[in-house]
Design a protein around this ligand. Structure first.
Ligand SMILES: [Zn+2]
Length: 319
C-alpha cells in the first residue's frame, strides 16, 4: 500500500488538528477545528469525519490516493481494536472510533496514544532520526511517554506501556489523579511545580513570585534563573524527582537517547542540567555516560506530525 497521501489527526480536548501530507510526510495542508467535546461522541466523530473530507477535498485528492489515517488520542486506548476506552477531556467511552472512521471514509485508519505518536514523530522527523532505541518523555500538565525499541513503539501487554508519569518516585508523596501516591507526575509535572510553589507562598514564605498575578511552572523557572530562593528550591526539588524518574528509565532500558519534550522542557538547561546530574549519580557509569538526554526536534505541530508518523511506521521501517 503506497498511495500518494497520508492523513494525520491529533485529537485533543479543545482542538482537532488535521493534516494531509505526501507519503514521506511533507505537510501539504493543515487546519485545526474546535472539538466541541460537550456535544457528545457522535457529533465529535462527525466533526472528525467532516475534517478528513475537507483535507482530502482541499488538495483535490481522490480518497483512493490516501494510504491511511493516523489518529493520535489521549488514552487509555485499545489500540488493537481501535477503541478509545476513556479519556478525561473527550466524550468517548469504549468508543470504536477506528471502525467508524474506516466505515465512513473507506480508508484504513490507525489509533495511537498521543505520547506514543509524538515518539514516532521524533523517530521519523525529529531528534530520534537515525536512532532505533530511545525513550520519549513529555512533561507538561501531566507526564507521559513512549518507548521506541528497534524503530517501533513498544506497546506492552495491554497496549498502555510508557506511562512514566505514574511510576512511584516518592512512596510518601501526595496522591496522584490515578489514585496512587508519589507518582512522578505529582512530583515534577508543570502542575506539580506550580502547586508546590503556590503552597509555599500560601504558607507565607517570602519570594519574588508574589509579584506574579498567577504562578505557573513558567514563572517558577523564570524567577529561579533570577536567583529567587523559593523558586530555586522548588526547581531543585521537582527536577530531582524528574531526574530520579529518568534514571529509572536509563537503568531499565539502557537507551541511546532520552528525549524530554512538553511545555516544561522549554525551561531548557535549568531542567536538563539537573536531570543529567541525577542520572550521573544514580545510574551505572557506562549507561549514564552513553545516554544522551536531549530536547525534542519537533516543537510546533508535534502531535500532528506524530499522527502522520503513525502511518509512516505502518508502511515503512525506520532505517
Ligand atoms: Zn499517578
Amino acid at each position: 500500500m503506497n498511495g500518494k497521501y497520508i492523513i494525520g489527526i491529533d485529537l485533543g480536548g479543545t482542538k482537532i488538528s488535521g493534516a494531509i501530507s505526501t507519503f514521506d510526510g511533507k505537510i501539504i495542508y493543515k487546519k485545526s477545528i474546535d472539538t466541541l467535546s460537550s456535544q457528545g461522541p457522535e457529533r465529535v466523530t462527525g466533526r472528525i469525519l467532516g475534517h478528513i473530507k475537507h483535507l482530502i477535498e482541499y488538495v483535490k485528492a481522490d480518497k483512493d490516493e490516501v494510504s491511511g489515517i493516523g489518529i493520535a488520542s489521549p488514552g487509555p486506548l485499545n489500540i488493537e481494536e481501535g477503541v478509545i476506552v476513556e479519556t478525561p477531556n473527550l466524550p468517548f467511552r469504549n468508543y470504536p472510533l477506528i471502525k467508524t472512521v474506516e466505515r465512513e471514509t473507506g480508508i484504513k485508519a490507525y489509533l495511537e496514544n498521543d505520547a506514543n505518536a509524538a515518539a514516532l514523530g521524533e523517530l521519523w522527523f525529529g531528534a530520534g532520526r537515525g536512532s532505533k532505541n530511545f525513550i520519549y518523555m513529555t512533561v507538561s500538565t501531566g507526564i507521559g511517554g513512549g518507548i521506541v525499541i528497534n524503530g517501533d513503539i513498544y506497546h506492552g501487554h495491554t497496549g498502555n506501556a510508557g506511562e512514566f508519569g505514574h511510576m512511584t518516585v516518592e512512596p510518601h508523596g501526595p496522591r496522584c489523579n490515578c489514585g496512587n501516591y508519589g507518582c512522578l507526575e505529582v512530583m515534577s509535572s508543570g502542575t506539580a511545580i506550580a502547586r508546590i510553589a503556590n503552597e509555599r507562598l500560601k504558607a507565607g514564605e517570602d519570594s519574588l513570585l508574589r509579584n506574579c498575578e498567577k504562578v505557573t511552572s513558567k514563572e517558577v523557572f523564570e524567577y529561579a534563573s533570577k536567583g529567587d530562593k523559593l523558586s530555586c528550591e522548588v526547581v531543585d526539588y521537582t527536577m530531582n524527582y524528574l531526574g530520579i524518574g529518568t534514571a529509572n528509565l536509563v537503568n531499565a532500558f539502557d537507551p541511546e537517547l532520552i528525549i524530554i519534550g512538553g511545555g516544561v522542557s522549554k525551561a531548557g538547561d535549568a531542567l536538563f542540567s539537573r536531570v543529567k546530574n541525577v542520572v550521573s549519580k544514580r545510574c551505572f557509569e557506562i549507561m549514564a555516560k552513553s545516554v544522551k538526554i536531549i530536547p525534542p526536534g519537533l516543537s510546533t505541530d508535534a502531535g500532528l506530525v506524530g499522527a502522520l508518523a503513525v502511518i509512516m511506521s505502518k508502511y515503512n521501517s525506520a532505517d
